[in-house]
Structures are given as structure tokens and as C-alpha cells.
Design a protein around this ligand. Structure first.
Ligand SMILES: [Mg+2]
Length: 368
């Protein structure tokens, strides 16, 4: 059967939640802000609605600049309230779970899901399933979403990026490679300004050019792992599975750092108590975990995660501190932004007999 993958993205999420809670905002520019507290104007824009975007407002922009762009337009500047949005996010994810069966939550407003079964491997049928899901989310939460569908996670995500807002775009497996081939390389998820420049300098500007470039020629410039990954994405042969935990329960903890940083040692120091708190929870619930994710919210308020899954269940998070530090180090190295909030999430939880968990202690420390 042909693989049919969906990617859902809630439209201008934080700002849309604010509109939902206060419908009088709908006709105005709405800017959700992270106020740094120094002065009334200091801080950055997190998300804005489309009316504000039409005036040039962008995520990560200083609030003072957004205020200038929206002068005299009765714009509303609202402080970011992550708790409020998390509750809404949970409702969205649960609706996907109910409708489709399982979901891979990638961020507060984005998820992948496998539509192969629900559509019988037919892309034409997947459209109906997706429309029904969009409608269900709209009726249960009031939120509009955009869904992209494709033969791989990469194509599905690119489709939803293109169809925003309130859209649905299906890219059939038969045309997927040609369809994405025409687009510039920076449209591939994970290709930021740095990688784009390196590729452009090598004469690779479109995805089809990348698809026909021998990846070994790129090893020196962007590393073996990234080269192969991009080559597979460009050729629509990346078959990364949808990662759904058996249990949807998670244990997580996130804190605001004393100062923004890109130093993993500082992050590790500051999350020491979070690690202890998570370990306490694991013990009380008698849980072990198979997967962990680090969470980094950067100073433009974008949430990023890096995940690691083990072949064994682990009942003591302090055993994998090195992995946590390494994930933060990898993230810090790859990001142009500073980390403002940091945290951890454990998932794929289970109550496992001690014997099984303990196998991790016995020489499995080189697990990758
Ligand atoms: Mg979104």
C-alpha cells in the first residue's frame, strides 16, 4: 500500500487562540508578545494574526518595530500565555488521536499522522479524511488548521506550509518529486540560511538540483548525516516513520533560564532541579521511559525539540544526563538564536519490570 502521511499546523496559533477567547479582536491586528519587562516596549513578537502580518509584522521582530508598523491601526498587543495555549493544543492533539488513531506531536501546534490505513493508501480518499479532521477540530476547539498530505513527512510538511491558512493540499506520490523539485532548497524543512548559502555557493538552488547531486560531494561542507538526509528528502525517499508513543502520557518540565544562552553547560546547571523533579515523578508513578526530548524555546519564542529513543526502558533519568547534554549541545550549535526557556519531556512511558529496565545499566551506555 502507498504511504499517505499528513501534517497539521494550527494557523497563527497563539494569536488565533487570543481571537477565539475575545472575538472582538478578529477585525484588528493582533500581536502576541514576549515582554522582557525592562520597558513597556522591550521584547519580541511571538506570533501575529494575518491582519498584522499584512502590515509587515513578523515573528522575532522587536515589539517597538511592530508598534511603529501598526501605528493608528487599533492593534492589540497581548502578552504570551503558554499555559492557555497548551490547553488548547492538547484538545487539538486529542482530536487527531480520536479521529486518526495516533499522532506524533512535533510542537505545540504541529503534528504528523499516518493516513495510510484511513485512506486505504489512496491520496484522493485522504482528502476527505483530512477535511473531516479539519472540521472536527474547528467544531471542538473553534480553531482553523492547515493540513498537508504527501508520501513522506517532508512533503506533507511542505504541503501544509504552502496551503496556509485554513488550507488543505494533497501532493500525490506520483507527482511529489517533480512538485517539490521546482522549489528552492530553503523550502526543505531543516534548511536554514547557513545551509542554503552553502548549497547556493555550490550552484545548488532548487530541490531538483539537490536531488541529482551526489551526496558524497556535500559531506565536507555540511556533514555526512545532513547530506544524506537532504538527498533522501529531495528525492522523496525519506521514509522516517510517524513516532507515536504507546502511551500518550508524558512527563515534562520546562523552566525559564536566568539569562538567554547558547551554552549547554549553563542549561544543564539550570535544569538540574528539573531532572531531579522528573526522576521523583518517575519513581512515584513507577514508570520507565523509552524516549526523551529536550525542549528549547529560543528568544524568538519558537519551540524546538530534539528527541532520543532507546532500545530499552530506563527508570532513572540521571543515567542519561550525558545524552541530554549532548542533545542541548547539538541544538545550540545548530541554532542562530539563544535559548530562553529549557526543559525535558519523557514519553513512551510504561510500567516495566525492573529486570528489563535494569538491562540499560549493564553496559548499554553506548546505545545510540
Ligand atoms: Mg502554526
Amino acid at each position: 500500500m502507498r504511504r499517505v502521511i499528513g501534517h497539521l499546523d494550527v494557523d497563527y496559533f497563539y494569536a488565533q487562540v487570543e481571537e477565539l477567547l475575545n472575538p472582538s479582536l478578529r477585525s484588528k491586528p493582533v500581536v502576541v508578545c514576549v515582554f522582557s519587562g525592562r520597558t513597556e516596549l522591550s521584547g519580541v513578537v511571538s506570533t501575529s494574526n494575518y491582519i498584522a502580518r499584512q502590515c509587515g509584522v513578523k515573528s522575532g521582530m522587536p515589539i517597538s518595530k511592530a508598534k511603529k508598523l501598526l501605528e493608528g491601526k487599533d492593534a492589540k498587543f497581548i502578552p504570551l500565555d503558554i499555559e492557555k495555549y497548551s490547553n488548547m493544543s492538547e484538545k487539538v492533539m486529542n482530536t487527531i488521536r480520536q479521529e486518526i488513531g495516533s499522532v506524533e506531536v512535533v510542537s505545540i501546534d504541529e503534528a504528523y499522522f499516518d493516513l495510510t490505513e484511513a485512506s486505504g493508501g489512496e491520496f484522493s480518499k485522504s482528502k476527505e479524511v483530512a477535511l473531516k479532521l479539519k472540521e472536527k477540530i474547528r467544531s471542538t476547539t473553534g480553531l482553523t488548521t492547515t493540513i498537508g498530505i504527501g508520501p513522506t513527512k517532508t512533503v506533507a510538511k511542505m504541503a501544509s506550509d504552502m496551503a496556509k491558512p485554513d488550507g488543505l493540499l494533497v501532493i500525490d506520490d506520483l507527482i511529489a518529486k517533480e512538485f517539490i523539485g521546482k522549489l528552492p532548497v530553503e523550502k526543505l524543512p531543516g534548511v536554514g540560511p547557513k545551509t542554503r548559502k552553502i548549497l547556493n555557493d555550490l550552484g545548488i538552488s532548487s530541490i531538483s538540483q539537490l536531488a541529482s547531486t551526489d551526496p558524497t560531494l556535500l559531506y565536507k561542507k555540511i556533514g555526512k548525516k545532513v547530506s544524506i538526509k537532504l538527498f533522501r528528502m529531495a528525492n522523496v525517499i525519506d521514509d522516517e516513520p510517524i513516532k507515536t508513543g504507546l502511551s500518550s502520557e508524558q512527563i515534562s518540565k520546562i523552566i525559564t533560564l536566568k539569562s538567554n544562552t547558547n551554552n549547554e553547560k549553563q542549561i544543564m546547571q539550570e535544569i538540574e532541579n528539573s531532572i531531579k523533579a522528573i526522576q521523583e515523578k518517575l519513581k512515584i508513578k513507577d514508570y520507565s521511559f523509552k524516549s526523551l526530548a529536550i525542549i528549547a524555546i529560543t528568544d524568538d519564542m519558537k519551540m524546538h525539540t530534539r528527541t532520543k529513543t532507546y532500545p530499552f526502558y530506563i527508570n532513572d533519568i540521571t543515567l542519561v544526563k550525558n545524552d541530554i547534554e549532548r542533545l542541548f549541545a547539538e541544538f545550540c550549535k545548530s541554532s542562530d538564536r539563544l535559548v530562553r526557556r529549557a526543559g525535558l519531556k519523557l514519553f513512551d512511558l510504561g510500567k516495566i519490570r525492573r529486570q528489563e529496565s535494569i538491562s540499560y545499566y549493564l553496559g548499554a551506555s553506548d546505545v545510540s
